[in-house]
Write a protein that binds this ligand. Structure first.
Ligand SMILES: [Ca+2]
Ligand SMILES: [Ca+2]
Ligand SMILES: [Ca+2]
Ligand SMILES: [Ca+2]
Length: 351
Protein backbone atom coordinates (compact mmCIF):
# COMPACT_ATOMS: atom_id res chain seq x y z
CA UNK A 1 0.00 0.00 0.00
CA UNK A 2 1.71 3.17 -1.09
CA UNK A 3 -0.81 5.47 0.48
CA UNK A 4 -4.05 5.05 2.29
CA UNK A 5 -6.53 7.41 3.75
CA UNK A 6 -9.71 7.10 5.71
CA UNK A 7 -12.82 9.02 4.86
CA UNK A 8 -16.05 9.18 6.70
CA UNK A 9 -19.32 10.78 5.93
CA UNK A 10 -21.92 12.07 8.31
CA UNK A 11 -24.25 9.15 8.76
CA UNK A 12 -27.95 9.49 9.32
CA UNK A 13 -28.72 9.12 13.03
CA UNK A 14 -25.72 6.88 13.54
CA UNK A 15 -23.93 7.10 16.86
CA UNK A 16 -20.56 6.96 15.13
CA UNK A 17 -19.78 8.10 11.65
CA UNK A 18 -19.14 5.43 9.11
CA UNK A 19 -15.57 4.47 8.31
CA UNK A 20 -14.36 4.07 4.80
CA UNK A 21 -10.93 3.44 3.38
CA UNK A 22 -9.51 3.70 -0.06
CA UNK A 23 -6.39 1.78 -0.88
CA UNK A 24 -5.73 3.29 -4.22
CA UNK A 25 -3.59 6.34 -4.48
CA UNK A 26 -6.41 8.63 -5.38
CA UNK A 27 -4.77 11.54 -3.68
CA UNK A 28 -1.45 11.18 -5.32
CA UNK A 29 1.80 10.90 -3.43
CA UNK A 30 2.60 13.83 -1.25
CA UNK A 31 -0.78 15.54 -1.50
CA UNK A 32 -2.01 16.64 1.91
CA UNK A 33 -5.13 14.63 2.71
CA UNK A 34 -6.97 17.67 3.97
CA UNK A 35 -6.99 19.25 0.53
CA UNK A 36 -8.49 16.31 -1.28
CA UNK A 37 -12.10 16.09 -0.10
CA UNK A 38 -14.45 18.03 2.03
CA UNK A 39 -15.72 14.86 3.72
CA UNK A 40 -14.95 14.42 7.40
CA UNK A 41 -12.31 12.07 8.77
CA UNK A 42 -14.25 10.18 11.42
CA UNK A 43 -13.11 6.61 11.75
CA UNK A 44 -12.92 4.83 15.11
CA UNK A 45 -11.49 1.66 13.74
CA UNK A 46 -8.78 2.85 11.43
CA UNK A 47 -6.28 0.78 13.37
CA UNK A 48 -8.09 -2.26 12.04
CA UNK A 49 -7.50 -1.16 8.50
CA UNK A 50 -4.18 0.62 8.37
CA UNK A 51 -2.08 -2.54 8.11
CA UNK A 52 -3.83 -3.46 4.87
CA UNK A 53 -2.04 -4.58 1.73
CA UNK A 54 -3.06 -5.22 -1.91
CA UNK A 55 -1.95 -1.90 -3.28
CA UNK A 56 -3.82 -0.78 -6.39
CA UNK A 57 -6.19 -3.69 -6.19
CA UNK A 58 -9.21 -1.47 -6.35
CA UNK A 59 -11.26 0.70 -4.09
CA UNK A 60 -13.13 -2.02 -2.29
CA UNK A 61 -10.80 -4.76 -1.23
CA UNK A 62 -7.98 -5.07 1.24
CA UNK A 63 -6.33 -7.56 3.54
CA UNK A 64 -6.87 -6.80 7.18
CA UNK A 65 -4.37 -7.34 9.93
CA UNK A 66 -5.70 -10.84 10.62
CA UNK A 67 -4.94 -11.84 7.05
CA UNK A 68 -8.52 -11.99 5.80
CA UNK A 69 -9.56 -10.43 2.53
CA UNK A 70 -12.31 -7.92 3.20
CA UNK A 71 -14.34 -5.56 1.13
CA UNK A 72 -15.19 -1.96 1.59
CA UNK A 73 -18.56 -1.13 0.21
CA UNK A 74 -17.90 2.22 -1.29
CA UNK A 75 -18.52 3.05 -4.87
CA UNK A 76 -17.53 6.30 -6.53
CA UNK A 77 -18.73 5.59 -10.02
CA UNK A 78 -17.85 8.87 -11.70
CA UNK A 79 -14.56 9.27 -9.82
CA UNK A 80 -15.38 12.76 -8.65
CA UNK A 81 -14.32 11.88 -5.11
CA UNK A 82 -17.84 11.71 -3.70
CA UNK A 83 -19.53 8.47 -2.83
CA UNK A 84 -22.37 7.49 -5.14
CA UNK A 85 -23.39 4.19 -3.61
CA UNK A 86 -22.85 3.06 -0.06
CA UNK A 87 -23.57 -0.41 1.30
CA UNK A 88 -22.98 -0.05 5.01
CA UNK A 89 -23.07 -3.65 6.18
CA UNK A 90 -20.29 -4.69 8.57
CA UNK A 91 -19.59 -1.09 9.46
CA UNK A 92 -22.38 -0.35 11.87
CA UNK A 93 -25.41 -1.80 13.55
CA UNK A 94 -27.35 -1.32 10.33
CA UNK A 95 -26.52 -4.93 9.61
CA UNK A 96 -29.00 -5.83 12.35
CA UNK A 97 -32.30 -6.18 10.60
CA UNK A 98 -35.23 -6.57 13.00
CA UNK A 99 -37.07 -9.90 12.82
CA UNK A 100 -40.60 -9.67 11.48
CA UNK A 101 -43.67 -11.55 12.70
CA UNK A 102 -45.99 -12.48 9.86
CA UNK A 103 -49.57 -13.68 10.00
CA UNK A 104 -52.01 -14.58 7.24
CA UNK A 105 -55.44 -13.04 7.73
CA UNK A 106 -58.81 -14.48 6.81
CA UNK A 107 -58.65 -12.54 3.59
CA UNK A 108 -55.30 -14.24 2.87
CA UNK A 109 -53.42 -10.99 3.26
CA UNK A 110 -50.05 -11.18 5.00
CA UNK A 111 -49.71 -8.94 8.02
CA UNK A 112 -46.22 -7.98 9.10
CA UNK A 113 -45.06 -6.68 12.47
CA UNK A 114 -41.48 -5.64 13.04
CA UNK A 115 -40.28 -6.85 16.43
CA UNK A 116 -38.16 -4.79 18.83
CA UNK A 117 -35.14 -7.04 18.36
CA UNK A 118 -31.88 -5.83 16.82
CA UNK A 119 -31.42 -8.70 14.45
CA UNK A 120 -31.24 -12.44 14.82
CA UNK A 121 -30.05 -15.61 13.20
CA UNK A 122 -32.56 -17.87 14.90
CA UNK A 123 -35.84 -17.65 16.81
CA UNK A 124 -37.24 -20.33 19.12
CA UNK A 125 -40.83 -20.30 20.37
CA UNK A 126 -41.76 -21.61 23.80
CA UNK A 127 -44.02 -20.59 26.66
CA UNK A 128 -41.24 -19.46 28.97
CA UNK A 129 -43.45 -17.95 31.68
CA UNK A 130 -46.20 -20.56 31.41
CA UNK A 131 -48.98 -18.02 30.82
CA UNK A 132 -50.37 -19.87 27.81
CA UNK A 133 -48.83 -17.54 25.21
CA UNK A 134 -45.84 -18.47 23.13
CA UNK A 135 -42.75 -16.40 23.81
CA UNK A 136 -39.86 -15.91 21.39
CA UNK A 137 -36.13 -16.25 22.09
CA UNK A 138 -33.73 -14.75 19.54
CA UNK A 139 -30.09 -15.61 18.91
CA UNK A 140 -28.20 -12.43 17.96
CA UNK A 141 -26.60 -12.15 14.54
CA UNK A 142 -22.99 -11.37 13.78
CA UNK A 143 -22.39 -7.85 12.62
CA UNK A 144 -18.79 -7.79 11.54
CA UNK A 145 -17.19 -5.02 13.49
CA UNK A 146 -18.76 -5.64 16.87
CA UNK A 147 -17.37 -7.73 19.71
CA UNK A 148 -18.58 -11.35 19.81
CA UNK A 149 -20.29 -10.62 23.11
CA UNK A 150 -23.98 -9.96 22.61
CA UNK A 151 -27.30 -10.74 24.21
CA UNK A 152 -30.18 -13.09 23.68
CA UNK A 153 -33.50 -11.31 23.29
CA UNK A 154 -36.81 -12.54 24.65
CA UNK A 155 -40.15 -11.23 23.42
CA UNK A 156 -42.92 -12.32 25.76
CA UNK A 157 -46.15 -13.08 23.97
CA UNK A 158 -49.69 -12.03 24.85
CA UNK A 159 -53.04 -11.35 23.22
CA UNK A 160 -51.47 -8.32 21.54
CA UNK A 161 -48.52 -10.21 20.10
CA UNK A 162 -44.90 -9.50 21.06
CA UNK A 163 -44.71 -5.73 21.70
CA UNK A 164 -41.53 -3.83 22.55
CA UNK A 165 -42.77 -3.31 26.11
CA UNK A 166 -42.42 -7.01 26.77
CA UNK A 167 -39.12 -7.51 24.93
CA UNK A 168 -35.90 -7.94 26.90
CA UNK A 169 -32.25 -8.39 25.90
CA UNK A 170 -30.19 -9.14 28.98
CA UNK A 171 -28.80 -12.65 28.69
CA UNK A 172 -25.14 -12.45 27.61
CA UNK A 173 -23.68 -14.80 25.05
CA UNK A 174 -20.38 -14.79 23.19
CA UNK A 175 -20.26 -15.63 19.51
CA UNK A 176 -23.55 -17.51 19.87
CA UNK A 177 -24.20 -19.89 17.00
CA UNK A 178 -27.44 -21.51 18.07
CA UNK A 179 -30.04 -21.66 20.84
CA UNK A 180 -32.61 -24.12 22.13
CA UNK A 181 -35.26 -24.19 24.83
CA UNK A 182 -35.74 -27.24 27.05
CA UNK A 183 -36.44 -27.87 30.71
CA UNK A 184 -33.05 -29.38 31.35
CA UNK A 185 -33.35 -29.72 35.15
CA UNK A 186 -36.96 -30.98 34.98
CA UNK A 187 -38.25 -28.36 37.43
CA UNK A 188 -41.16 -27.40 35.20
CA UNK A 189 -39.62 -24.14 33.94
CA UNK A 190 -38.14 -23.98 30.43
CA UNK A 191 -34.41 -23.29 30.35
CA UNK A 192 -32.59 -21.53 27.50
CA UNK A 193 -29.44 -23.14 26.14
CA UNK A 194 -26.93 -21.30 23.93
CA UNK A 195 -24.03 -22.72 21.94
CA UNK A 196 -21.33 -20.06 22.18
CA UNK A 197 -17.91 -19.68 20.63
CA UNK A 198 -14.72 -20.92 22.22
CA UNK A 199 -13.97 -20.12 25.87
CA UNK A 200 -13.35 -16.41 26.31
CA UNK A 201 -12.76 -15.79 29.97
CA UNK A 202 -10.83 -17.24 32.87
CA UNK A 203 -12.35 -20.17 34.65
CA UNK A 204 -13.84 -21.66 31.50
CA UNK A 205 -12.58 -24.97 30.17
CA UNK A 206 -11.20 -24.88 26.61
CA UNK A 207 -13.56 -25.34 23.70
CA UNK A 208 -17.02 -24.17 22.72
CA UNK A 209 -19.07 -23.07 25.70
CA UNK A 210 -22.60 -24.27 26.31
CA UNK A 211 -24.47 -21.84 28.56
CA UNK A 212 -27.73 -22.81 30.25
CA UNK A 213 -29.94 -20.00 31.56
CA UNK A 214 -32.21 -21.49 34.18
CA UNK A 215 -35.88 -20.57 33.96
CA UNK A 216 -38.03 -19.75 36.95
CA UNK A 217 -41.04 -17.88 38.22
CA UNK A 218 -39.16 -14.57 38.02
CA UNK A 219 -37.83 -15.16 34.55
CA UNK A 220 -34.19 -15.29 33.51
CA UNK A 221 -31.15 -13.50 34.84
CA UNK A 222 -27.58 -13.68 33.60
CA UNK A 223 -26.19 -14.75 36.97
CA UNK A 224 -28.50 -17.76 37.13
CA UNK A 225 -26.77 -19.75 34.46
CA UNK A 226 -24.39 -22.63 34.03
CA UNK A 227 -21.46 -22.98 31.61
CA UNK A 228 -19.75 -26.10 30.46
CA UNK A 229 -17.47 -26.75 27.52
CA UNK A 230 -17.70 -29.13 24.62
CA UNK A 231 -14.73 -28.68 22.27
CA UNK A 232 -15.77 -28.89 18.64
CA UNK A 233 -19.53 -28.51 19.22
CA UNK A 234 -21.07 -27.15 16.04
CA UNK A 235 -24.84 -27.48 16.42
CA UNK A 236 -27.50 -27.97 19.03
CA UNK A 237 -31.17 -28.86 19.06
CA UNK A 238 -33.79 -29.77 21.61
CA UNK A 239 -36.51 -32.39 21.13
CA UNK A 240 -38.06 -35.18 23.14
CA UNK A 241 -36.33 -38.19 21.61
CA UNK A 242 -37.52 -40.72 24.22
CA UNK A 243 -41.11 -39.54 24.67
CA UNK A 244 -40.77 -38.98 28.42
CA UNK A 245 -42.36 -35.56 28.24
CA UNK A 246 -39.07 -33.65 28.56
CA UNK A 247 -37.10 -32.29 25.65
CA UNK A 248 -33.62 -33.71 25.35
CA UNK A 249 -30.66 -31.59 24.32
CA UNK A 250 -28.62 -32.79 21.37
CA UNK A 251 -25.14 -31.47 20.61
CA UNK A 252 -23.17 -32.29 17.48
CA UNK A 253 -19.45 -32.59 16.82
CA UNK A 254 -17.76 -33.90 13.71
CA UNK A 255 -17.15 -37.26 15.42
CA UNK A 256 -19.86 -37.52 18.04
CA UNK A 257 -23.47 -36.88 18.93
CA UNK A 258 -24.21 -36.12 22.56
CA UNK A 259 -27.70 -36.50 23.98
CA UNK A 260 -28.51 -34.89 27.33
CA UNK A 261 -31.70 -36.16 28.91
CA UNK A 262 -31.22 -33.95 31.95
CA UNK A 263 -28.70 -31.46 33.30
CA UNK A 264 -28.54 -30.97 37.03
CA UNK A 265 -27.75 -27.47 38.21
CA UNK A 266 -24.96 -28.69 40.48
CA UNK A 267 -23.54 -31.32 38.14
CA UNK A 268 -19.75 -31.36 38.26
CA UNK A 269 -19.37 -31.99 34.55
CA UNK A 270 -22.65 -31.97 32.63
CA UNK A 271 -21.00 -33.28 29.46
CA UNK A 272 -20.04 -36.48 31.29
CA UNK A 273 -23.70 -37.21 32.02
CA UNK A 274 -24.68 -37.15 28.35
CA UNK A 275 -24.90 -40.17 26.15
CA UNK A 276 -21.97 -40.10 23.74
CA UNK A 277 -22.66 -41.64 20.36
CA UNK A 278 -19.60 -41.86 18.09
CA UNK A 279 -20.26 -41.19 14.43
CA UNK A 280 -17.92 -41.53 11.44
CA UNK A 281 -15.71 -38.50 11.33
CA UNK A 282 -16.82 -36.20 8.55
CA UNK A 283 -16.76 -32.61 7.43
CA UNK A 284 -19.60 -30.17 7.57
CA UNK A 285 -21.88 -32.12 9.82
CA UNK A 286 -25.44 -30.97 10.11
CA UNK A 287 -28.19 -31.84 12.55
CA UNK A 288 -31.94 -32.03 11.90
CA UNK A 289 -34.81 -33.20 14.05
CA UNK A 290 -38.32 -34.35 13.14
CA UNK A 291 -40.57 -37.38 13.16
CA UNK A 292 -39.42 -39.33 10.12
CA UNK A 293 -41.22 -42.64 10.83
CA UNK A 294 -44.47 -41.09 12.02
CA UNK A 295 -44.49 -42.77 15.43
CA UNK A 296 -44.95 -39.41 17.18
CA UNK A 297 -41.46 -39.54 18.61
CA UNK A 298 -38.83 -37.15 17.33
CA UNK A 299 -35.95 -38.60 15.33
CA UNK A 300 -32.49 -37.30 14.70
CA UNK A 301 -30.74 -36.92 11.37
CA UNK A 302 -27.03 -36.25 10.96
CA UNK A 303 -25.68 -35.43 7.53
CA UNK A 304 -22.30 -34.32 6.30
CA UNK A 305 -20.53 -33.04 3.23
CA UNK A 306 -18.43 -36.17 2.75
CA UNK A 307 -20.04 -38.95 4.79
CA UNK A 308 -23.27 -40.94 4.90
CA UNK A 309 -26.63 -39.80 6.22
CA UNK A 310 -27.39 -41.17 9.69
CA UNK A 311 -30.91 -41.61 11.01
CA UNK A 312 -31.40 -42.08 14.74
CA UNK A 313 -34.99 -43.15 15.36
CA UNK A 314 -36.18 -41.87 18.71
CA UNK A 315 -37.81 -44.44 20.94
CA UNK A 316 -39.08 -44.76 24.47
CA UNK A 317 -36.31 -45.30 27.01
CA UNK A 318 -33.60 -44.85 24.40
CA UNK A 319 -33.31 -41.38 22.95
CA UNK A 320 -30.86 -42.29 20.19
CA UNK A 321 -30.41 -45.98 19.40
CA UNK A 322 -28.03 -47.32 16.77
CA UNK A 323 -28.51 -45.27 13.61
CA UNK A 324 -29.68 -46.42 10.22
CA UNK A 325 -27.20 -45.41 7.56
CA UNK A 326 -28.15 -44.10 4.16
CA UNK A 327 -24.98 -44.83 2.22
CA UNK A 328 -23.69 -42.32 -0.24
CA UNK A 329 -26.14 -39.59 0.68
CA UNK A 330 -24.06 -36.52 1.24
CA UNK A 331 -26.30 -33.93 2.79
CA UNK A 332 -25.24 -30.69 4.35
CA UNK A 333 -28.87 -29.99 5.14
CA UNK A 334 -31.76 -32.35 5.72
CA UNK A 335 -35.40 -31.34 5.84
CA UNK A 336 -38.26 -33.42 7.11
CA UNK A 337 -41.50 -32.81 5.36
CA UNK A 338 -44.83 -34.44 4.64
CA UNK A 339 -45.73 -35.76 1.21
CA UNK A 340 -49.36 -36.17 0.17
CA UNK A 341 -48.69 -39.74 -0.96
CA UNK A 342 -46.67 -41.03 1.96
CA UNK A 343 -47.63 -39.87 5.38
CA UNK A 344 -44.21 -38.73 6.39
CA UNK A 345 -41.02 -38.75 4.43
CA UNK A 346 -37.52 -37.47 4.64
CA UNK A 347 -35.87 -35.34 2.08
CA UNK A 348 -32.36 -34.13 1.95
CA UNK A 349 -30.59 -31.57 -0.08
CA UNK A 350 -26.97 -32.12 -0.86
CA UNK A 351 -24.63 -29.50 -2.13
CA1 LIG B 1 -45.65 -17.02 27.67
CA1 LIG C 1 -35.86 -25.78 34.18
CA1 LIG D 1 -36.93 -36.75 26.77
CA1 LIG E 1 -40.17 -40.95 15.07
Amino acid sequence: MTQSEAFGIPFRSARKALCLVTLTSLLGAGMPPSTAYSQTLTDDSFEDFRAGTLDASGQNIYVSRDGKVRTIHRFDYDLDGYIDLLLPQTHDTYSNIPPVACAIGRDRRIMRTELAVRGATQAVAADLDRDGYQDLVFCPNYNGTQHPRDFLSIAYGGPDGWPAARTRAGLPVHGAASIAVADMDHDGWPDIVALNGKAWTSGQAPGEIIRVFWGGEKGYIHTRSRDFSLPGASALHAADLDADGYSDLVLLRNDMVLVFRKILRDAQDPASTARHIPIPKARGNTLSIGDVDNDRISDLIVGSADGDLLLFSGSKNDPAPTPSILKGVRATQAFITCYPTSRQAMRWAAR
